[in-house]
Every structure is written in structure tokens, then in C-alpha cells.
Write a protein that binds this ligand. Sequence first.
Ligand code: NAD
Length: 290
Amino acid sequence: MASIIDGKALSLSLKDGMKAQMEGLEAEYGRRPGLAVIIVGENPASKSYVAGKIKAAAYVGMDSRLIELPEDISEDALLAKIGKLNSDSSVDGILVQLPLPEHIDEDKVIDAIALEKDVDGFHPGNVANLWLGRPCTVPCTPKGIIRMIESTGIDISGKNAVVIGRSNIVGKPVAKLLLDRNATVTIAHSRTGNLKEVCRQADILVVAIGRPGFVTADMIKPGAVVIDVGINRIKCVKEDGSEGTRLVGDVDFNAALDVAGHITPVPGGVGPMTITMLMENTIECFKRKF
Ligand code: NAD
């Protein structure tokens, strides 16, 4: 039976550590770290992610502001807003919740955030520095994934790691972070042949696809560390018989429990750690200013 990597508990202990530092930071630097979160439009999933980020910022005691902009805001107006935050000395981190409405070019928006305030680590400058092995802001989800793997006590060095999914925000950066820790890394994706065999070689399996229950028990090497990044909302029947929805990951969790050595749940795994790493990144950006 796999042991569950409790992302919620790990997050809480990390956030408590940050909270305990906050007064000291204020005494030393004269103010607290400041995070600005921009949301455009009314996407319910985005709204819930953003609410989680603001709540976490309040918990650790940093200054945060939520900037809610209408769905039809022009690209120029959004870029101007970012420009203002770039020059606001009380703001250390700027996050623009993605996805953006179709009429806005996401690349332009990411590029407009000052490199030193890019707490998501999506700016091309941060991406380049990550791949060059230079100091940078590491994207939150991959950073949280590494912390969760490390929390198992398993030494990543020399292990076979398979990452399914090649997105810029999860798959590619987490592969680089695993490589930095001397894992032998395979990035699998929608065109990978013999995916099952590839996955079965993995001592560490990171799954970031967006397909409910895609990874089945027969794809997992016995004893592997399985990190389920997927967030999928599926229909279900509630206890009272009514129809509802619930969140599931990309891994068939119950079946995987019998095979894996360690596994993250959904919800309560990678999600909370992503938010906690955002807090950590904001504090790092703040400290780098002084
Ligand atoms: P994406 O949605 O941009 O791309 C999906 C990836 O999955 C692609 O690289 C594709 O090659 C791969 N893929 C699709 N079908 C496949 C198949 N049949 N076999 C193998 N590979 C396949 O990726 P993303 O943005 O990294 O998101 C992936 C999932 O992770 C989504 O469910 C998303 O909601 C979730 N996510 C969670 C967090 C978190 O904090 N927990 C953060 C980011 C993303």
C-alpha cells in the first residue's frame, strides 16, 4: 500500500514557517513582501485558484492585492496595468492568472511582467535562466513537485524519472529540475509510442496531462513515486443521490495505491503545494530587491 504524500500538510508546515518569518522581514526591511494577482474575466476555475492564492498570502501575512479586470479589457489596458505594477515599489510579485481571453496575447502579457517580479517563473528570462542553470524564479508547480518527491526521503539522483506531458508550465520545467538532481529523465507525451512500457521504467512518475484516471495501475512500477498533477472536474452522484461534480487527478488513484510506493492525492496534493511555492517565490523576489 502506497504512502500518501500529503500536499496539504506539507504546505501548511511551509506556510507556518513563512508566517513566522514575516515580522522579522518587516523589521529588517521596513515592509512586508507584496503580491499582486490579476484576474481577467469570470472563469470559475481561475476565480477559485486566485482566491486560494489570496487566502494563502493573507495566511502567511504578506501584503496582497487582487485586481479583477473585465473580460473585455483591451490588451493595451492590461499591459498598462502591468506597467504600473512593475514600477510600484510595494509590489514584489505580479501574477496574471491564465488562461486569458482570446483577444489577449498571453505571450505579450508574460513578457510585460518585470523579470524580477515574475513570481510564476513564466517570463522568457526566467525560463532561459532555468535551462542555463542560472539563478531564477522556478515555476511554482514544478518546484512544489520536487519538494513533494524530496519529502519522501528518496534520493532522486540516478533514478529513472518519467514525466508525462510537455507543457511549458509543468512538464518541461519539472523535467529540467529532475535532470538538475541527476535523474535520468524521459518526457512522454501524446505521441509517445509504448507509453505503458515507458511508464513502467519510472522510479519517479510525474503525470501532467489533464485526463481523468489516465494512468492505470499496470503503468506503474511497483514502489514508484507517483506525482499526479492533473486537475479534472468530473460528474458524480452525491451521497443524497443528486448529481454533482468532484475533482480527480490523471491517475487512477485507488488502483495505484496498491502498486506505488508513494503517491499524491487529488485534491490535496500538488494543488496546495503550487500555491505555497507562489508564496515562497514572492518572498524570494522581495529579498532579492535588498
Ligand atoms: P497541457 O494541458 O498544456 O497539455 C497536456 C499535455 O498532456 C501535453 O503535453 C500532451 O502531450 C500530454 N498528453 C495529452 N494527451 C496525452 C496522452 N493521451 N498520452 C500522453 N500524453 C498526453 O498541460 P498542463 O498545463 O501541464 O496541464 C496538465 C494538467 O495539470 C491539467 O489537468 C491541469 O489542470 C493540471 N495542472 C495542475 C496544476 C496544479 O497546481 N495542480 C498546475 C498546472 C496544471
